[in-house]
Design a protein around this ligand. Sequence first.
Ligand SMILES: Cc1cc2nc3c(=O)[nH]c(=O)nc-3n(C[C@H](O)[C@H](O)[C@H](O)COP(=O)(O)OP(=O)(O)OC[C@H]3O[C@@H](n4cnc5c(N)ncnc54)[C@H](O)[C@@H]3O)c2cc1C
Length: 602
Amino acid sequence: MNRRRLLQIIAGLPLASGLLQRTFAAGQTAPRTSRLRPTDPEWPSEVSWKQLDRDVGGRLIKVRSPLADCVGGTPDANCAQVFKELKNPYYLGDEVGLTQSLGWVGAWTSQPSAYAVAAKTTGDVVAAVNFARTNNLRLVVKGGGHSYQGTSNAADSLLIWTRHMNAVTLHDAFVGAGCEGRAEPQPAVSVEAGAIWGHVYNEVTTNGGRYVQGGGCMTVGVAGLVLGGGFGSFSKAYGTGGSHLIEAEIVTADGEVRIANACSNPDLFWALKGGGGGFGVVTRVTLRTHALPDFFGGASAAIHTTSDDAYRRLIAKTVDFYAQTLFNSHWGEQILIGRGYVGFNMVFQGLDQQQAEAVWKPFFDWVAASPQDFAIVRAPRIQTLPAARRYWDPSLLTGVPGDVIADDRPGAPADNIFWASNLEEAGAVWYAYQSAWLPASLLEADRRQSLADALFAAAKHLGVALHCNKGLAGAPAEAIAAAKDTAMNPAVTDAFALAITAAFGQPTYPGVPGHEPDEAAARSKAEAVEKSMDELRKLLPRVGSYVWETDFFQPNWQDAFWGENYARLRAVKDKYDPNGLFFLHHGVGSESWSADGFTRLN
Ligand SMILES: Cc1cc2nc3c(=O)[nH]c(=O)nc-3n(C[C@H](O)[C@H](O)[C@H](O)COP(=O)(O)OP(=O)(O)OC[C@H]3O[C@@H](n4cnc5c(N)ncnc54)[C@H](O)[C@@H]3O)c2cc1C
């Protein structure tokens, strides 16, 4: 029996709960050890829910998943339509009872909350937090709904849904509250928590001519990304999203609205920059902005090999090429080491068309010199945009076939677009997902061969994606220094990339005839992912993993996500949320709770 199971059983015994109560000093209220479910007699009455509904301006929703009618039924046209819509990330985001991933086989299944507050104002959030706390409810918070770990949904919970809090305000010279005279005014943008990055880029870059550090995927939520650290395509130049936070407004477990910045609640401020959430409900973030570089562009290609020997040589050449030429602030995004092939889906900033082409020429000349070994199956496409300002411009992107997909629902706003490369993840059901930061020391001349060998061995099991923008080694000193002043695992600043191996299936849901998750495929893919990443982990004395893009079952998760920052984060958690109102799977302090977040263990 594992320790968690043992603790769950102990927590259910009267003696144990008596002990727990006694550990609280006289006059202090001991937290209840179990949160309520709708079947419990103490569950709030209809009258109480109606009062909450009035308190939040009629924005309380009794949640029902669009999948509910499909479960156990016979396949019909309505369900077919729902499954079609599950491939539209905007539909998923607009449904209070759904999440971007539908689950992870053996880990979690997307479940609607009992009720949701579709918050419009900070006051709505305060009312919902107070209601959940005083009624001892399981509380979840959902913004963009992109959690791979399922941390923005829970059955029998009250959901605070920030989707409709999405105002964006640009500032020429922002100073955090209480920092007047202590901090230089700086250009910034304030964004309400539930906005998604594509819309923010449109305001800040297309319309405002500035750069803000957000995520690569356009439908990821703003607050959600920042809370985990957050990387975008150009993070190798600008750093993490979290390190750009100047100020946040947050509602903590006691229902207080707090400002967190370098001058007010600095401990909380630090924890919000990559601590993984669970410190309160963020209602607004203010992020530094930058001048735009002259150019943004992309470079892609794919090369297949005809033998193991050729494949080994191609991987070794790729590692050399990356180390010598691409390992700098210009280049981000992904190198894919697949079975028998290498693919490039890279982006760049600050290089014009000629400069970008010159970077790749020697590499492609080398490939072209051995046609018996290598076949270029996706011809190199190197393209600089006419102006960096148009990188996220919907009116430009919708005219380029294949790059973006538009929300096809009738009446959808014109800026509801997403990268075509994110389509396959919409409604995904995960089989496995593992990641590890690869230190830049592996790029030193005498280590490159062992890295290449490990990649070769890994890809025999399953392909590895090297996300070069998700490790900050090679970034400007300022970006690295800013990231060091966040709660993320410090390993991020020494890493040249985050290696990710993952496997998933298209939308399925337990109990829906014809759409059941494929458990056999999930098991075999999960094994392949484990074996693949094991080959890379052999190179690493200590494994660090990015909290938002990681294994649901990550061992030693406190150390993997936060390294030596964990103890400090736990202290912040205990100060602002001592009763664990904001539980999330593998969140700070979650070791004190049962896996479902309903029962306190210690
Ligand atoms: C298709 C896809 C692409 C992605 N691309 C990237 C990428 O390019 N770069 C990157 O770094 N990550 C990426 N991610 C990971 C992503 O950053 C995280 O999943 C992030 O947490 C999503 O935020 P969200 O608001 O969309 O999700 P949600 O599921 O709504 O929230 C994620 C977590 O944050 C909490 N949370 C959300 N809003 C608040 C709030 N206002 N206050 C307090 N807690 C809150 C939730 O409770 C939950 O625990 C991607 C994920 C997906 C599915």
